[in-house]
Design a protein. Structure first.
Length: 136
């Protein structure tokens, strides 16, 4: 289950719920690739006042790569097409890069892309910062 709201995507409320199957193509401690496919129910309210619901196919690719415990690359990417509304699709993509500076601190950057085709809107966000890896 997932709840979203976004002014830039012209989305007042969105509730996504569903399930599916997944397959790990690669599953090692330093490399992981997983594909999943399933069906979602989408109940949405748009900022322009429209409300709608639809069933969507949800295809996801998720990955994690670690290079010598210094660099990590993580990604989570979705393509969600409506079964009954032609041209209605959602793209969500997140890619994160981490560079370990010391055993307990990393420099992290993330690129997020979202497209909601029914509102003809998209956003692209780049974030960066420090991540403390010390556990108590």
């Amino acid at each position: 289950m997932n709840y979203n709201t976004s002014y830039s995507l012209k989305l007042k409320n969105q509730l996504l719920a569903g399930g599916g199957i997944a397959y790990s193509i690669l599953d090692k401690p330093n490399a992981y690739i997983n594909l999943s496919d399933g069906v979602l129910f989408d109940q949405s309210s748009l900022i322009v006042g429209d409300s709608y619901h639809t069933y969507r196919n949800s295809l996801r690719m998720q990955y994690h790569f670690a290079i010598k415990e210094l660099i990590t690359i993580d990604g989570n990417h979705f393509l969600q097409n409506s079964f009954d509304r032609n041209g209605d699709y959602i793209i969500r993509s997140t890619t994160t890069l981490g560079l370990k500076l010391r055993k307990w601190i990393s420099l992290t950057t993330a690129l997020n892309y979202n497209r909601l085709n029914i509102t003809r809107s998209e956003n692209l966000n780049l974030t960066y910062g420090l991540t403390l890896d010390k556990y108590f």
